[in-house]
Ligand binder design. Structure first.
Ligand code: HAM
Length: 439
């Protein structure tokens, strides 16, 4: 008797899932659209390992960030190394830049990537423990054009996927002006300390900027009157931000200034941004539809001029952005979008052993000719095979029976008119090409 398989063994770990069918088609569509546009704009693809030394992330993400505090998948190897499944792609890209001598390349170095990332978060809609990201990094450029290029390419990619998302922008200043703002923010929150949520009471000591990111109602209420960074930034940061906004205007990319946008990662300086899509609450629905509308951050990024100093002790001004593939796919799914796949227009029906044997060679000839051919070689009866052909809605069927297999001919059947003709095999592909792709 086979032992009954334990139920949990047949479940993927919490926050992970299998991708196939329409969902995987959407993932492939998002990744390929992003890759096409990024490489057109001069970004070179990079693939870094899924594992990195843990210290790489703890040193640079900031001890007080959610990722370092509770979301990293860290383990000790048999050899005693402490490794982490990459939670994001920017830090590995910067590591790869130095490790592979990219300082010697013409600057800036523009990289793009696509892959799986891992964070131990509570799974919910659009939030997974293994998730897909596509990202861009411009390394070695302090000019606002780098920020603008990243936003431009991400915005184009999102639009070309058929998704509309609002761009939100803010500046976080640099090491000259941010301490002044931090102090103001601390003074403000100190006065209202008792109203902060438990997590924010702790965050207050570590990094008061993170309080602006809290989603608890009491903290959201306090945020409304909190001081805004824009009033504290130094002239250089203000000029930089203004230049980014000017680029947005000339590229006709609409944006919303969000003075409280801080992002969940500590490495940012100056420009930060997010692309926010909305889910649910379609027009014409109930009055309270607005309440059901859900904000979904489909992407985010910014400038990170000090990250390389922390990692490599070297100066490398840079800007980048990453989009969440699962979230983009969710927006497409809600809109009922299934990316087009080229479906077979021809079905092969084979009858008898000789025909079955010949079929395999025929399938290969179709593949070489670039014609998609569907078949069901495991089925033997003509009725069973015709039923599959009908289900697929093909335009033509090729019938290869015992007699045809001996003669070197085939029967070509037009499925809508039912008209059939017998053709010599070598003519078949040419005839079908003309019928399917008439010149
Ligand atoms: P991030 O905001 O942490 O930024 O992630 C970018 C995007 O990845 C998010 O906007 C979201 O769409 C998606 N994402 C993040 N976490 C999850 C999750 N648990 N499940 C599903 N999707 C998720 C970064 O990672 C930065 N490295 C972006 C960057 C690049 N900054 C500069 N260069």
């Amino acid at each position: 008797m086979p032992q009954r398989v334990k139920k949990d063994l047949l479940k993927s770990p919490r926050g992970t899932r299998d991708l196939f069918g329409d969902e995987l088609s959407r993932f492939d569509f998002i990744r390929s659209r992003f890759g096409e546009i990024a490489s057109y704009y001069g970004f070179q693809k990079i693939q870094t390992p899924h594992i990195e030394h843990s210290d790489l992330f703890t040193a640079s993400l900031g001890e007080a960030t959610d990722i370092v505090e509770k979301q990293m998948y860290t383990f000790r190897t048999r050899g005693g190394d402490q490794l982490t499944l990459r939670p994001e792609g920017t830090i590995p890209a910067v590591r790869a830049y130095f490790e592979n001598g990219m300082q010697a390349w013409p600057q800036p170095v523009m990289l793009y990537y696509s892959g799986s990332y891992f964070r131990h978060e509570s799974p919910q809609r659009g939030r997974f423990r293994e998730f897909g990201q596509v990202g861009l990094e411009v390394l070695g450029d302090s000019d606002a054009i780098a920020d603008a290029t990243v936003i431009r390419v991400a915005d184009l990619a999102i639009k070309e996927m058929g998704i509309s998302a609002q761009l939100e922008l803010n500046t976080l200043g640099d090491k000259e002006c941010r301490p002044g703002y931090r102090k103001e923010l601390s003074n403000y929150y100190r006065k209202h300390f008792n109203y902060l949520c438990k997590d924010c009471k702790r965050r207050f000591k570590e990094n008061p900027l993170r309080l602006l990111d809290c989603k608890e109602n009491s903290c959201l209420e306090l945020k409304k009157n909190a001081p805004q960074m824009l009033e504290y930034v130094c002239k250089e940061c203000k000029d930089h931000f203004k230049a980014v906004l000017d680029f947005m205007d000339s590229l006709e990319i609409p944006y919303l200034l969000n003075p409280y946008l801080v992002r969940g990662l500590d490495y940012y300086t100056r420009t930060v941004f997010e692309f926010v899509a909305t889910l649910g609450g379609k027009e014409g629905q109930a009055e309270n539809a607005a309440e059901k509308v859900e904000r979904l951050e489909v992407g985010g990024g910014g400038r990170y001029d000090y990250l390389a100093e922390i990692l490599a002790g070297k100066s490398l001004p840079a800007a980048g952005c990453a989009l969440g593939v699962d979230r983009l796919s969710e927006v497409l799914r809600e809109g009922g979008v299934v990316p087009p796949t080229e479906e077979a227009k021809v079905f092969l029906i084979q009858l008898g052993d000789v025909a079955k044997r010949k079929s395999l060679a025929l399938v290969e000839e179709f593949r070489k000719a670039g014609l998609r051919l569907a078949q069901s070689l495991a089925k033997d009866s003509i009725r069973g095979q015709l039923r599959v052909a009908d289900k697929l809605g093909v335009e033509y069927s090729i019938i290869l029976g015992q007699k045809e297999a001996m003669d070197g001919t085939v029967i070509l059947r037009d499925m809508s008119s039912g008209i059939q003709e017998t053709l010599p095999l070598p003519k078949l592909i040419e005839r079908l090409k003309n019928k399917i792709y008439p010149k």
